[in-house]
Design a protein around this ligand. Structure first.
Ligand code: EAX
Length: 332
Protein backbone atom coordinates (compact mmCIF):
# COMPACT_ATOMS: atom_id res chain seq x y z
CA UNK A 1 0.00 0.00 0.00
CA UNK A 2 2.76 2.41 1.02
CA UNK A 3 4.75 1.55 -2.09
CA UNK A 4 1.70 2.09 -4.21
CA UNK A 5 1.04 5.48 -2.61
CA UNK A 6 4.63 6.51 -3.21
CA UNK A 7 4.60 5.51 -6.84
CA UNK A 8 1.25 7.24 -7.32
CA UNK A 9 2.83 10.44 -6.06
CA UNK A 10 5.68 9.83 -8.48
CA UNK A 11 3.35 9.33 -11.42
CA UNK A 12 1.30 12.37 -10.48
CA UNK A 13 4.47 14.40 -10.15
CA UNK A 14 5.60 13.23 -13.54
CA UNK A 15 2.23 14.04 -15.14
CA UNK A 16 2.06 17.49 -13.56
CA UNK A 17 5.71 17.99 -14.47
CA UNK A 18 4.95 17.23 -18.09
CA UNK A 19 2.28 19.91 -18.08
CA UNK A 20 4.02 22.58 -15.98
CA UNK A 21 7.58 21.96 -17.06
CA UNK A 22 10.57 21.00 -14.91
CA UNK A 23 11.31 22.54 -11.53
CA UNK A 24 7.74 23.00 -10.36
CA UNK A 25 7.08 19.49 -9.14
CA UNK A 26 9.93 18.77 -6.75
CA UNK A 27 7.63 18.78 -3.73
CA UNK A 28 5.15 16.22 -4.91
CA UNK A 29 7.71 13.79 -6.26
CA UNK A 30 8.87 11.09 -3.88
CA UNK A 31 12.30 11.81 -2.44
CA UNK A 32 15.26 9.97 -3.90
CA UNK A 33 15.95 8.37 -0.48
CA UNK A 34 12.74 7.64 1.36
CA UNK A 35 13.76 6.44 4.82
CA UNK A 36 11.44 4.53 7.13
CA UNK A 37 12.33 5.50 10.69
CA UNK A 38 10.95 3.77 13.79
CA UNK A 39 11.41 4.09 17.54
CA UNK A 40 9.49 3.24 20.69
CA UNK A 41 8.69 6.46 22.51
CA UNK A 42 5.73 8.83 22.01
CA UNK A 43 5.60 12.20 20.16
CA UNK A 44 6.45 14.37 23.18
CA UNK A 45 9.57 12.37 24.11
CA UNK A 46 13.01 13.66 22.99
CA UNK A 47 13.56 10.61 20.72
CA UNK A 48 10.73 11.91 18.56
CA UNK A 49 11.51 15.62 19.01
CA UNK A 50 15.14 14.98 18.06
CA UNK A 51 14.09 12.90 15.08
CA UNK A 52 11.74 15.62 13.83
CA UNK A 53 14.60 18.13 13.98
CA UNK A 54 16.94 15.64 12.25
CA UNK A 55 14.42 14.94 9.48
CA UNK A 56 13.84 18.67 8.86
CA UNK A 57 17.54 19.53 8.74
CA UNK A 58 18.41 16.57 6.52
CA UNK A 59 15.60 17.41 4.13
CA UNK A 60 16.71 21.03 3.94
CA UNK A 61 20.40 20.25 3.55
CA UNK A 62 19.90 17.60 0.89
CA UNK A 63 17.39 19.83 -0.91
CA UNK A 64 14.69 17.25 -0.48
CA UNK A 65 16.66 14.26 -1.72
CA UNK A 66 16.25 12.52 1.66
CA UNK A 67 12.84 12.18 3.32
CA UNK A 68 12.50 10.55 6.75
CA UNK A 69 9.12 9.08 7.66
CA UNK A 70 8.96 8.96 11.44
CA UNK A 71 7.12 6.12 13.20
CA UNK A 72 6.97 6.71 16.96
CA UNK A 73 5.26 4.78 19.80
CA UNK A 74 6.29 1.28 18.70
CA UNK A 75 4.24 1.51 15.51
CA UNK A 76 6.77 -0.83 13.89
CA UNK A 77 7.59 -2.89 16.98
CA UNK A 78 9.88 -3.03 19.99
CA UNK A 79 13.53 -2.10 19.88
CA UNK A 80 14.92 -5.55 19.13
CA UNK A 81 12.58 -6.00 16.16
CA UNK A 82 13.39 -2.54 14.83
CA UNK A 83 17.14 -3.20 14.97
CA UNK A 84 16.57 -6.50 13.14
CA UNK A 85 14.62 -4.44 10.59
CA UNK A 86 17.74 -2.32 10.03
CA UNK A 87 19.71 -5.46 9.22
CA UNK A 88 17.06 -6.66 6.79
CA UNK A 89 16.65 -3.23 5.25
CA UNK A 90 12.91 -3.08 5.97
CA UNK A 91 13.50 -0.25 8.46
CA UNK A 92 16.16 2.32 7.65
CA UNK A 93 16.75 4.44 10.71
CA UNK A 94 16.19 4.30 14.47
CA UNK A 95 17.09 5.82 17.79
CA UNK A 96 17.14 3.07 20.42
CA UNK A 97 18.17 2.38 23.98
CA UNK A 98 21.07 0.00 24.44
CA UNK A 99 18.63 -2.58 25.86
CA UNK A 100 18.84 -5.14 23.07
CA UNK A 101 22.06 -3.91 21.40
CA UNK A 102 24.36 -6.35 23.19
CA UNK A 103 22.65 -9.08 21.18
CA UNK A 104 24.04 -7.44 18.01
CA UNK A 105 27.36 -6.03 19.25
CA UNK A 106 28.36 -7.62 22.58
CA UNK A 107 30.98 -4.93 23.33
CA UNK A 108 28.20 -2.35 23.35
CA UNK A 109 27.10 -3.59 26.78
CA UNK A 110 30.12 -1.89 28.35
CA UNK A 111 28.12 1.35 28.59
CA UNK A 112 25.52 -0.49 30.68
CA UNK A 113 27.86 -1.04 33.63
CA UNK A 114 26.23 0.43 36.72
CA UNK A 115 27.68 3.75 37.92
CA UNK A 116 30.21 3.81 35.06
CA UNK A 117 29.60 7.46 34.13
CA UNK A 118 29.88 10.16 36.79
CA UNK A 119 27.54 12.55 35.00
CA UNK A 120 26.30 13.58 31.56
CA UNK A 121 29.49 15.45 30.66
CA UNK A 122 31.58 12.37 31.39
CA UNK A 123 29.32 10.25 29.18
CA UNK A 124 29.45 12.79 26.31
CA UNK A 125 33.22 12.99 26.47
CA UNK A 126 33.55 9.20 26.19
CA UNK A 127 30.76 8.57 23.69
CA UNK A 128 31.61 11.48 21.38
CA UNK A 129 35.29 10.57 21.45
CA UNK A 130 37.37 7.69 20.19
CA UNK A 131 35.79 5.07 22.46
CA UNK A 132 32.25 5.91 21.37
CA UNK A 133 33.24 5.97 17.72
CA UNK A 134 34.90 2.58 17.93
CA UNK A 135 31.77 1.13 19.58
CA UNK A 136 29.57 2.55 16.81
CA UNK A 137 31.94 1.23 14.15
CA UNK A 138 31.45 -2.32 15.42
CA UNK A 139 27.91 -2.20 14.05
CA UNK A 140 29.40 -2.24 10.54
CA UNK A 141 29.99 -5.98 10.85
CA UNK A 142 26.30 -6.67 11.47
CA UNK A 143 24.77 -4.63 8.66
CA UNK A 144 24.24 -1.41 10.61
CA UNK A 145 25.80 2.03 10.36
CA UNK A 146 26.24 3.74 13.74
CA UNK A 147 25.82 7.48 13.28
CA UNK A 148 25.90 9.10 16.71
CA UNK A 149 25.00 8.78 20.36
CA UNK A 150 21.80 10.49 21.35
CA UNK A 151 20.40 10.11 24.84
CA UNK A 152 17.77 8.35 26.90
CA UNK A 153 19.09 9.60 30.26
CA UNK A 154 20.11 8.39 33.70
CA UNK A 155 17.85 5.58 34.83
CA UNK A 156 15.83 5.65 38.05
CA UNK A 157 13.74 3.01 39.83
CA UNK A 158 9.95 3.19 40.09
CA UNK A 159 7.90 0.95 42.39
CA UNK A 160 4.26 0.38 43.24
CA UNK A 161 4.10 -0.66 46.90
CA UNK A 162 6.97 0.87 48.81
CA UNK A 163 9.58 3.56 48.29
CA UNK A 164 13.17 2.56 47.60
CA UNK A 165 15.87 4.27 49.64
CA UNK A 166 18.63 1.68 49.86
CA UNK A 167 19.65 -1.57 48.16
CA UNK A 168 17.91 -3.71 50.81
CA UNK A 169 14.58 -2.25 49.66
CA UNK A 170 15.07 -4.03 46.33
CA UNK A 171 15.07 -7.53 47.85
CA UNK A 172 12.43 -9.77 46.37
CA UNK A 173 10.93 -7.05 44.15
CA UNK A 174 9.84 -8.24 40.75
CA UNK A 175 11.45 -5.62 38.52
CA UNK A 176 11.37 -5.45 34.75
CA UNK A 177 14.79 -4.91 33.23
CA UNK A 178 15.76 -4.44 29.60
CA UNK A 179 16.81 -7.48 27.59
CA UNK A 180 20.36 -6.81 28.63
CA UNK A 181 22.52 -9.15 30.68
CA UNK A 182 24.41 -6.42 32.54
CA UNK A 183 21.20 -4.83 33.81
CA UNK A 184 19.82 -8.24 34.66
CA UNK A 185 22.92 -9.17 36.66
CA UNK A 186 22.99 -5.81 38.45
CA UNK A 187 19.45 -6.20 39.80
CA UNK A 188 19.89 -9.87 40.65
CA UNK A 189 22.88 -8.76 42.68
CA UNK A 190 20.46 -6.67 44.77
CA UNK A 191 18.30 -9.72 45.39
CA UNK A 192 15.53 -8.55 43.05
CA UNK A 193 13.60 -10.88 40.81
CA UNK A 194 14.91 -9.17 37.65
CA UNK A 195 12.77 -10.03 34.65
CA UNK A 196 13.97 -9.12 31.14
CA UNK A 197 11.06 -7.97 29.00
CA UNK A 198 10.43 -5.95 25.85
CA UNK A 199 9.22 -2.44 26.66
CA UNK A 200 5.86 -2.90 24.97
CA UNK A 201 4.63 -5.31 27.66
CA UNK A 202 5.71 -3.30 30.67
CA UNK A 203 2.83 -0.87 31.25
CA UNK A 204 0.17 -3.60 31.22
CA UNK A 205 2.28 -5.91 33.39
CA UNK A 206 2.68 -3.14 35.97
CA UNK A 207 -1.02 -2.37 35.78
CA UNK A 208 -1.96 -6.00 36.35
CA UNK A 209 0.46 -6.30 39.25
CA UNK A 210 2.60 -8.89 37.45
CA UNK A 211 5.56 -6.59 38.10
CA UNK A 212 6.32 -4.42 41.16
CA UNK A 213 8.91 -2.18 39.61
CA UNK A 214 10.77 -0.98 36.54
CA UNK A 215 13.62 1.43 35.86
CA UNK A 216 13.92 4.15 33.23
CA UNK A 217 14.85 7.83 32.82
CA UNK A 218 12.32 10.48 33.88
CA UNK A 219 11.25 11.47 30.32
CA UNK A 220 10.27 7.84 29.63
CA UNK A 221 8.47 7.54 32.98
CA UNK A 222 6.60 10.78 32.30
CA UNK A 223 5.72 10.47 28.60
CA UNK A 224 4.52 6.88 29.07
CA UNK A 225 2.45 7.98 32.09
CA UNK A 226 3.95 5.35 34.36
CA UNK A 227 2.65 7.46 37.27
CA UNK A 228 -0.70 5.78 36.56
CA UNK A 229 0.73 2.38 37.52
CA UNK A 230 3.66 3.27 39.80
CA UNK A 231 3.57 5.21 43.06
CA UNK A 232 7.25 5.90 43.86
CA UNK A 233 10.33 6.96 41.98
CA UNK A 234 13.80 6.80 43.55
CA UNK A 235 16.41 8.95 41.80
CA UNK A 236 19.12 6.30 41.85
CA UNK A 237 20.67 7.22 38.48
CA UNK A 238 22.21 3.74 38.63
CA UNK A 239 23.09 3.63 34.97
CA UNK A 240 23.41 6.08 32.10
CA UNK A 241 21.34 5.10 29.10
CA UNK A 242 22.70 6.33 25.78
CA UNK A 243 20.54 6.11 22.66
CA UNK A 244 22.49 5.41 19.48
CA UNK A 245 21.16 6.71 16.19
CA UNK A 246 21.53 3.74 13.84
CA UNK A 247 20.96 3.31 10.15
CA UNK A 248 20.51 0.29 7.90
CA UNK A 249 23.76 -0.28 6.04
CA UNK A 250 21.76 -1.16 2.97
CA UNK A 251 20.39 2.39 2.86
CA UNK A 252 23.70 3.93 3.86
CA UNK A 253 25.57 2.15 1.05
CA UNK A 254 23.12 3.42 -1.53
CA UNK A 255 23.81 7.04 -0.63
CA UNK A 256 26.48 9.11 -2.38
CA UNK A 257 29.25 10.52 -0.15
CA UNK A 258 27.84 14.06 -0.05
CA UNK A 259 24.54 12.80 1.33
CA UNK A 260 26.29 10.44 3.76
CA UNK A 261 28.25 13.43 5.05
CA UNK A 262 25.03 15.36 5.70
CA UNK A 263 23.40 12.37 7.45
CA UNK A 264 26.47 11.92 9.62
CA UNK A 265 27.24 15.55 10.54
CA UNK A 266 23.60 16.37 11.19
CA UNK A 267 23.30 13.33 13.51
CA UNK A 268 26.13 14.70 15.66
CA UNK A 269 24.73 18.20 15.61
CA UNK A 270 21.23 17.11 16.66
CA UNK A 271 22.75 15.04 19.52
CA UNK A 272 23.44 18.30 21.36
CA UNK A 273 19.88 19.54 20.92
CA UNK A 274 18.37 16.17 21.83
CA UNK A 275 20.46 15.80 24.99
CA UNK A 276 19.43 19.31 25.98
CA UNK A 277 15.78 18.30 25.67
CA UNK A 278 16.33 15.26 27.93
CA UNK A 279 17.84 17.50 30.57
CA UNK A 280 15.07 20.09 30.33
CA UNK A 281 12.32 17.49 30.51
CA UNK A 282 13.96 15.73 33.43
CA UNK A 283 13.99 18.92 35.52
CA UNK A 284 10.44 19.88 34.70
CA UNK A 285 8.88 16.43 34.81
CA UNK A 286 10.09 15.49 38.29
CA UNK A 287 7.85 18.31 39.58
CA UNK A 288 5.00 17.23 37.34
CA UNK A 289 5.23 13.62 38.49
CA UNK A 290 4.94 14.86 42.09
CA UNK A 291 1.93 16.96 41.14
CA UNK A 292 0.37 13.82 39.66
CA UNK A 293 0.74 12.06 42.99
CA UNK A 294 4.05 10.23 42.74
CA UNK A 295 6.36 10.24 45.74
CA UNK A 296 9.88 11.14 44.65
CA UNK A 297 12.77 9.83 46.75
CA UNK A 298 15.27 12.53 45.80
CA UNK A 299 18.24 11.15 47.69
CA UNK A 300 18.35 7.38 47.85
CA UNK A 301 21.68 6.04 49.14
CA UNK A 302 23.49 6.09 45.81
CA UNK A 303 26.83 5.17 47.36
CA UNK A 304 25.27 2.04 48.82
CA UNK A 305 23.74 1.11 45.45
CA UNK A 306 27.07 1.59 43.82
CA UNK A 307 28.75 -0.61 46.39
CA UNK A 308 26.06 -3.29 46.15
CA UNK A 309 26.36 -3.44 42.34
CA UNK A 310 30.15 -3.50 42.38
CA UNK A 311 30.56 -7.28 41.93
CA UNK A 312 28.65 -6.98 38.65
CA UNK A 313 30.87 -4.11 37.57
CA UNK A 314 33.90 -6.26 38.29
CA UNK A 315 32.51 -9.40 36.70
CA UNK A 316 31.71 -7.66 33.40
CA UNK A 317 34.77 -5.46 33.46
CA UNK A 318 36.74 -8.66 32.89
CA UNK A 319 34.55 -9.52 29.93
CA UNK A 320 34.78 -6.11 28.20
CA UNK A 321 38.43 -5.63 29.02
CA UNK A 322 39.74 -3.93 32.10
CA UNK A 323 41.70 -1.54 29.88
CA UNK A 324 38.66 -0.26 28.11
CA UNK A 325 36.72 0.18 31.34
CA UNK A 326 39.66 1.98 32.96
CA UNK A 327 40.00 4.27 29.95
CA UNK A 328 36.34 5.17 30.34
CA UNK A 329 36.62 5.74 34.10
CA UNK A 330 39.76 7.83 33.63
CA UNK A 331 38.27 10.10 30.96
CA UNK A 332 38.15 13.59 32.44
O1 EAX B 1 14.16 3.35 24.73
O2 EAX B 1 13.15 -0.46 27.17
C1 EAX B 1 13.45 0.54 27.84
O3 EAX B 1 13.34 0.55 29.07
C2 EAX B 1 13.93 1.78 27.15
O4 EAX B 1 14.60 2.59 28.05
C3 EAX B 1 12.78 2.58 26.57
O5 EAX B 1 11.95 1.81 25.79
C4 EAX B 1 13.30 3.74 25.75
Amino acid sequence: MKRFAVSLVGILGFAVGAILGPGLTADIRAAEFDLVEAHTSPPDHPYTLGMVRYADLVKERTKGRVAIQIHHSRQLGDERQVVEGLQLGTIHLTVTSTGPLGGFVPEMNVVDLPFLFRDGEHAYKVLDGEIGRSLLNKFDAVGIKGLAFWENGFRHITTSKKPVREPADMKGLKIRVMENKVHQAAFRQLGSDATPMAWGEVFTSLQQGLLDAQENPIPIIYTFKLNEVQKYVALTGHVYSPAPLLMSKKSWNRMPPDIQRIMFDTALEVARYQRGLIREQEQKQIGELKAKGMTVVENPDRAAFREAMKPVFEQFQGQFGKDLVQRIVNTK
